[in-house]
Design a protein around this ligand. Sequence first.
Ligand code: MCN
Length: 759
Amino acid sequence: MANVVGQRVRRREDPRFLTGRGQYVDDLKRQDALHVQFVRSYQAHARITGLDAEAARALPGTLVFTAADTDLGVSAPPPFIPVDPKMFRPFIASERARFVGDIVAVVLSETREGAYDAAELVMVDYEPLPALTDLRQAADDKVVLFEDVGTNTCIQVPPVNPDSNLFDNCEVVVSGSIESPRLAACPVEPRASVAEFGEDGRLTIWLSTQTPHQDKLVLGLVLGLEPDQVRVIAPDVGGGFGGKGLDVEDVIMGWLARATSRTVRWTETRSENLVAMHHGRAQLLDFELGGSRDGKLHALRVKIIQDAGAYPGLGSFLGNLTALMSSGVYAIPKIETSVSAVVTNTTPTGAVRGAGRPEATQMLERAMDLFAAEISLDPIELRRRNLIPRDAFPVTTASGASYDIGNYEGALDLLLETADYEQLRREQAERRERGDMLQLGIGVSTYVEITNGINETEFGAVDITAGGEAVVRTGSLSQGQGHETTFAQIVSERIGIPVEKITVVKGDTDIVARGTGTYGSKSTQIGGAAAGKASEVLVERAKELAANELEASVDDMVLDLDEGRFHVAGAPEPGLSWFELAFRLDQDDRLAELSAEADFEPAQPTFPFGAHLAVVEVDTETGSVHLRRMIAVDDAGTIINPLIAEGQVHGGVAAGIAQALFEELRYDEDGNPQNANLVTYSMPAATELPFIEVVEMQTPTPVNPLGAKGIGESGTIGATPAVQSAVVDALKPFGVRHIEMPVNGQRVWQAIQEASAAA
Ligand code: MCN
């Protein structure tokens, strides 16, 4: 339908989800399946000196596999991550356990309970070794975890733009470090897989994943199967937040299905999820920011150390994205970055919503606040003086990112106007004057991020059914983002079939030819664009077919987008609706001609941006923080569905606030997880969050025909530094300059005590 893009169409998938009719991997009925339970190390770092599975094997219907019973070997990270193969993760550890959660054996039983019981009977002898959980200690190499490699540094990117005279012309240089805490993705549905081999020798595996087509290729490679011998099906996925994709467990599942000639199934428990699914963030950034006293920035140096966890994987690469985005929205003439990653005895790290970009904004916005304090300038004014101007785009930053388009000042103005910034500062001054116990803090962050960061291609197809409805096949994969609605809107706008008659199909590698899946907030700008492109090809094809049927010239043929009907321009009769055209073609067995496929190859990534403001009240006696207001201006270009985009901002901002105030996975010095459950890992519920004020702004990108950029992660990027800064700002009268995240309770109280004592 014309103009359906931009409408607040309600999410078509929600009735299914809200009435319990979603179909997740664990809902799959398989009476005869074997249940899998992984035996995991409870030692963070230990030599495995013995393993006795006799008692477990003696239980009826129970099988146990150790590394020695399989030929699986080691799991390599993606090829663009150049780590020493000696650091690759064994699918099943046999000599050394390297984190609490490392797999040491696998148990199968006829029942889920039987598998749990049997796993408890597998006795493993460990000889504990010193564990490393601290990044800086790991970087020191005093204890080396992979002796054959000789260093804990698994990735060392040579410094970009190294310059020993970087700050020569600077009147002011501020420096500091910031730690972006270790986070859990916490999808509502934990990971799950069901695997079986058919009589034709094909593996079918149902996975709760974000990336079915990539998973298919890796499964084939590791298990020695041709790609067409593997079918991956991702049914409904109950959240991913960056955490889901083929992991060692899923490969083992495929292997087990073949070894046992049975269907095998596994669904993670919550506590297992919190130690075994990769974690995110866990990055340390040292920065120096230099400029002049009048508030002009000249140079930035950033040193990034990423905690890769026990085995280097995607996490060890993410620091590169941080470095790339380290100029943020500011015109900084010189930027030197260096990136390294180290191994520790902790859960391996990878993507969690934001994946490498939030850290850049967190570092930069802290540095900006410190710089503003140093030259006694309002932090907003400092930002304003250094924003990349609107007429500078496209622009390439000193850290190497080529921004497509931006209006950073516009976003900041909109934010301040919505917040009534001047009034907030007045209220703050009054409270300070009175010496109130509850002090007000105001934090602002201006950000830019990158979506479709590695510039991937995506596939889309549109087929017309015999009933004149449309089916969209997409290589993108919704885990809650609402693609069944927004992709239908994109197609509807181009073919004139109403949204409710368009079905979006995804996640089955036998049905969707190819795809890259969903991460990096890239689905709309490439998957949506591919579906849009396929729609346009389809319409051209349909015009030819309709012209043929109507004995008219194709050049005269038009599609009435409101009616979904083809006719000659200026003469509505005779005409053919999609249904009539499909019906006629179907009679001749030619329905397949009403189908089109397309791949969308973008020229480059896009760079959504925005500005966030947080207002907090800090209890200066207890350290407790109450977030009073949270305002988010996010610009993702043309918005397909404002209702869904706002929902994405709400979710992202909630996660961003959570990192600033509540969430951090902690280990003790022996590598024992301290809060790997949802009682002590403080993921906030709606009651802990304020109403989130969302302000829309749209600056379409020229990078794709939709004008759309990503919105799925913006909230996690803009919100966190605004909230952290707000808490620090509240404590300015105490002389507090920085508090590490999460900034709440004890940390804040301690900062007040220390600052008071120093004063
Ligand atoms: N959208 C829009 N207009 C735009 C951009 C997006 O209407 N200009 C709509 C999209 O069409 C889509 C949604 O907003 O319905 C998000 O789109 P997009 O920004 O393209 O992001 P993706 O669909 O690629 O989603 C990925 C992103 C990431 S990387 C994480 S992590 C994340 C997130 O989305 N995980 C989520 N949001 C999530 N939301 C839910 N419910 N569950 C997750 O696991």
